[in-house]
Design a binder for this molecule. Structure first.
Ligand code: MG
Length: 366
């Protein structure tokens, strides 16, 4: 079997054009093709990278996933582009062997993958009543875990010196307290700081929010300095979660060695693809660290994540977006359904999904 073409479909996803969805399709001479998705930010060059890689893949055996990964990685191809290609290669392999990807990875540890909902607050003002209403609506839909942003809504979260003012610290605590009180203590609640704060402010924030029993504090400081992250982690009673911007087992090795987090969140569409995330998760398990994969783009990346999470012993929760584009489910012929906060694991060969080509055409970026 040989690769005959690589097609890239830029889609107008959520917050377009900030986060385009980049779908990848690898075609072969047997008629079997595979789907993948690459995480991309506007102007990040991932689209161009995928177009360049196309020439290298044509004529190659798509089932040599490790070999092709190593070649692309050593050639300096962008990691999101490698991720998108790699996911498509697994889809091809699964279809050829008539097995879902989770079976090829070692089989299911679970039949359903629990998700937490990010973005439940979209459309609400940063005031207690509105957040409470949105949080209760999410819980009413069956979600048992929520995540809220605590940096973007406040001025301190955008300040260049990364310092939280006493006023913003108090405001944040009020918001978290209100949501916690509304959803009760059986719903998991996390906050995302997007690396907005300095070490002192992050430590102060963690201490202030201690009474609210958070599931995690995400990226309290930027991910570039894992020793600084470790300082927050070691001082905070609430677990720190990080890793959405880290690539490959090599960057995660530094995280583990620095003891920078108690929970990690690699992204399958960015960190290097399915097998790379499996390797990262296995390494995390040797440190007894659970994995809560980051998942912010389209339904192909979500499905690849679900295949992985089904197989991963140390899986914790998968991210899911609320307030996404209205046609998210229509772009798949058989959409992934979230029931009681869980996604059922597809059992069809490969990823187990098919694109609706008519719907896809409607949302292609020009
Ligand atoms: Mg985040």
């Amino acid at each position: 079997m040989k690769v005959t073409d690589v097609r890239v479909y830029p889609i107008e996803g959520r917050h377009w054009p900030r986060f385009p969805w980049l779908f990848v399709e690898v075609e072969t001479d047997t008629g079997v093709s595979g789907l993948g998705e690459a995480l991309s930010y506007r102007s990040s060059g991932v689209y161009e990278s995928l177009e360049n890689v196309k020439r290298r893949l044509i004529g190659r055996d798509p089932t040599q996933i490790e070999l092709l990964w190593e070649e692309l990685y050593r050639d300096g191809v962008s990691l999101p582009a490698i991720s998108g290609i790699e996911i498509a290669l697994w889809d091809i392999l699964g279809k050829c062997l008539n097995a879902p990807i989770h079976s090829l990875l070692g089989g299911r540890c679970r039949d359903k993958v629990e998700v937490y909902v990010d973005g439940f607050f979209r459309g609400a003002k940063y005031v207690e009543e509105e957040y409470v209403q949105k949080a209760l609506a999410a819980v009413g839909q069956g979600f048992r875990a929520l995540k809220m942003d605590v940096d973007e809504p406040i001025a301190s979260g955008r300040s260049l010196n990364r310092s939280l003012t006493p006023r913003d610290l108090k405001h944040t605590a009020r918001m978290v307290a209100a949501v916690r009180e509304a959803v009760g203590d059986e719903v998991r609640l996390a906050i995302d700081c997007h690396g907005a704060f300095n070490v002192n402010s992050a430590i102060a924030l963690a201490e202030k929010l201690e009474p609210y029993d958070l599931m995690w504090i995400e990226d309290p400081v930027p991910q570039e300095n894992l020793k600084a992250m470790a300082k927050v982690t070691l001082s905070s009673k609430t677990p720190v979660c990080t890793g959405e911007l880290l690539n490959t087992r090599y960057q995660f090795r530094e995280l583990f060695e620095a003891q920078a987090a108690e929970i990690i969140m690699p992204d399958v569409a960015r960190t290097g693809g399915i097998l790379e995330l499996k390797k990262i998760a296995t390494a995390a398990d040797t440190y007894h660290i659970p994995v809560a994969p980051h998942n912010m783009v389209g339904p192909i990346a979500t499905t690849a994540s679900v295949q992985l999470c089904a197989n991963m012993p140390n899986f914790f929760l998968l991210e899911s977006q609320m307030g996404d584009v209205a046609w998210r489910d229509q772009i798949l012929k058989k959409p992934l359904k979230i029931v009681d906060g869980c996604i059922e694991v597809p059992t069809e060969p490969g990823l187990g999904i098919e694109l609706d080509r008519i719907e896809l055409e409607k949302h292609l970026a020009q």
